[in-house]
Design a protein around this ligand. Structure first.
Ligand code: NAD
Length: 355
């Protein structure tokens, strides 16, 4: 197959991890006989420096034309002063809205080779295989904001249509998995959550009768994620709750650097990025773990290009490389020498050689 892939490397470790993900996609193309054209675009701080905008028109056009977009990370202290006219993170919000990608898929899967890298005990990690679906373009991050010297307001709004479409995505994906959905809200306090729970309680059983549904308050969910993570299959929740819970869940897998994500809308076009940020503390030091970016490329193959065997081959190559002892500093075993970002990419590529 032929595909145009937009590559937005961004800031900090973004370019370092994205380069490895692109090498992996090139290897997949060579091994399976596909043609992927990669086109680079500016986003975040790098885009502000070059154009004054965090999501310039050229990047907007690329996102509209590409079959899929691979993103590194944006942000950093250089662009974070409180009086900065534009912030890199605004580029991300604008891009998600422009691409109409309203559902963020974040798989959280534990792997025995990484149990030792998690702060949690092994008994809590075995068998964890969760797909978190976070609503991405509504809620408090997108609501009206007001600020005076002594008060501030962030408005949280959700419409029925916004809630229904992300619940349907959860229902469809649950059918391909263990057929269980946990819908997370704060219905004891928030009206947006009461609407969310009412719609989930009615839509999911009606449209997906084969799927078991439970409702949890977000505070309880934060606790259960650590005490009984293996019980969960699909978690679906609103924007801010999903943002926070997925960072918490990343600790189950061993490192923030391991976790991929996909942002999807109604069509096949998607935005794929590791869940970590630009990690200014290790940028330029060749220490960053590229696995979250590489596993995001695997999600791109699966969800936007429909290449399931290729996606599985990439995932297998990543975990085989880790099992063989190739580990960046964030997941290194005690006493072992960590490998560089590029060497980690090399180790994954060895598992993807053409037949
Ligand atoms: P971060 O995710 O960048 O880093 C948190 C910690 O995890 C750091 O110690 C970092 O070194 C480590 N880490 C992150 N990714 C890693 C990797 N691949 N390999 C090894 N270690 C890794 O979060 P932060 O420090 O809170 O934010 C830094 C900047 O990134 C901020 O400007 C923030 O706004 C931005 N950010 C961007 C995104 C995004 O682009 N989607 C997401 C989160 C944060």
């Amino acid at each position: 197959m032929e595909a145009l892939i937009g590559v937005l490397a961004g800031d900090g470790i973004g370019p370092e991890v994205t380069a490895e993900a692109v090498r992996v996609l090139e290897a997949v193309a060579a091994r399976y006989g596909h043609r992927f054209d990669f086109r680079a675009g500016l986003i975040g701080g790098a885009a502000i420096d070059a154009t004054g905008s965090a999501f310039p028109p050229g990047t907007r056009l690329l996102c509209a034309e590409a079959h899929a977009v691979l993103l590194g990370a944006v942000g950093g202290p250089r662009w974070s002063s409180p009086d900065a006219p534009v912030r890199p993170e605004q580029g991300l919000l604008d891009m998600r809205a422009a691409m109409g990608v309203y559902a963020n898929l974040r798989p959280v899967v534990t792997h025995p080779a990484l149990y030792a890298s998690s702060p949690l005990r092994e008994a809590r990690l075995a068998g964890v295989d969760i797909l978190v679906i976070r609503e991405l373009t509504g809620g408090i991050y997108f609501g009206r904001k007001e600020r005076t010297a002594d008060s501030a307001t962030d408005v949280c709004t959700y419409s029925r249509a916004e809630i229904e479409r992300v619940l349907r995505m959860a229902g469809r994906l649950a059918l391909q998995r263990r057929r269980k959905i946990t819908s997370i809200d704060k219905a004891n306090v928030l009206d947006t959550s009461r609407l969310w729970r009412a719609i989930a309680g009615e839509l999911l059983p009606r449209e997906f009768p084969q799927v078991q549904v439970e409702h949890l308050l977000v505070d309880a969910a934060a606790m259960h994620l650590l005490s009984r993570a293996a019980d969960f299959d699909v978690l679906v929740t609103e924007n801010m709750f999903g943002d926070i819970l997925t960072d918490e869940a990343s600790m189950l897998t061993g490192s923030l650097g391991m976790l991929p994500s996909a942002a999807l809308g109604d069509g096949l076009r998607g935005l794929y990025e590791p869940i970590h940020g630009s990690a200014p503390d290790i940028a330029g030091m060749a220490k960053a773990n590229p696995c979250g970016a590489i596993l995001s490329a695997a999600m791109l193959l699966r969800h936007s290009l429909g290449l399931e065997p290729e996606a599985e081959a990439v995932e297998k190559a990543v975990f085989e490389a880790i099992e063989a002892g190739h580990r960046t500093a964030d997941i290194a075993l005690p006493g072992a020498r960590p490998v560089s970002t590029h060497a980690m990419g090399d180790a994954v590529l060895r598992g993807l050689k053409p037949h």
